[in-house]
Design a protein around this ligand. Structure first.
Ligand code: MN
Length: 279
């Protein structure tokens, strides 16, 4: 979708003094122009347009699939510079457009859209990218079926081939252990670092009393993991009510993951079309 930009209006030259309203308008023009200049002189590389489009689409897919609601977010590592990542400035995921995507460094400082407020929990993304060079996309969510597992000791385990990535186990993050009584949010680099430690080399970390974070080798892999971790959680609760559950073995989980990772494009194309209202 083409980005909408408001043209900068420049007042025509005139030799009568400006009135108060015109003076204010003129100052605003100068402020906007100054900001543009800063961006021009200190600008991170432009990401590939298709990466931006996929990130916008992923925001909508995650909403359409019930993974995120007004809150929650997805980021992707910058394709031109691995020490940067792309994440929307504060906005509900389903409303995110290309113009909302900011570039951050791995300390989660904004390099663009500095005038916008960022997500409080952006440190989740920066600290995981620092700790995991293999991770290209990170999702954070408060999906109800996953939160249920966050507060119980029952392990989340792969019930079927689609969630084979759970075979390596899930990390568990307990904010109280290091940070005492908090509002539960990952609101500092130190908390982000502890969360990244709890994730370890795994695909998913469950955060007690809060939500979950998942990591993948691309946007579509991370989205796939978010959707099937949540579905697995729902089905596992059903299966456990019925009786003893047979889970995938480690070997089955590993083999299923290798196959799924190769065919993720088929699902991704469907989810994008669905979220765009094309089907
Ligand atoms: Mn959160």
């Amino acid at each position: 979708m083409a980005a909408e930009r408001r043209p900068i209006e420049v007042a025509p030259a005139r030799d009568v003094p400006l009135n108060a309203a015109e003076r204010r308008a003129s100052l605003n023009v100068n402020k906007t122009a100054g900001r543009m200049e800063t961006l021009m002189t200190d600008r991170p590389p432009a990401p590939d347009a298709s990466l931006l489009d996929d990130l916008v689409a992923a925001n909508r897919v995650l909403y359409a699939k019930g993974i995120v609601d007004g809150l929650g977010h997805i980021s992707v590592r910058h394709d031109k510079d691995p020490s940067m990542y792309l994440l929307a400035a504060e906005r509900a995921p389903a409303l995110v457009t290309r113009d909302d995507i900011a570039v951050y460094d791995l300390d989660s400082n904004p390099l663009t859209l500095k005038e916008r407020r960022g997500y409080i929990e952006r440190y989740i993304h920066g600290e995981i990218y620092k700790a995991r060079p293999d991770v290209m996309s990170v999702i954070h969510c408060h999906t109800p079926s996953l939160v249920t597992f966050c507060v119980c000791q029952v392990p989340l385990k792969p019930l079927y081939h689609m969630s084979g990535f759970l075979g390596a186990g899930v990390g568990r993050f307990e904010a109280r252990e290091t940070f005492g009584m908090t509002d539960m949010l990952i609101s500092s680099p130190a908390m982000g670092r502890e969360l990244a430690k709890s994730l370890g080399k795994r695909a998913v970390v469950l955060m007690r009393g809060h939500g979950a974070t998942m990591a993948g080798a691309s946007i579509k892999h991370a989205v796939f993991r978010a959707i099937y971790a949540a579905l697995n959680a729902t089905m596992q609760m059903d299966a456990m009510r019925l009786g003893d559950v047979t889970y995938l073995s480690d070997e089955e989980a590993t083999k299923a993951t290798a196959t799924n990772d190769k065919v993720v494009d088929r699902s991704w194309a469907l989810w994008k079309a669905e979220a765009a209202g094309e089907i």
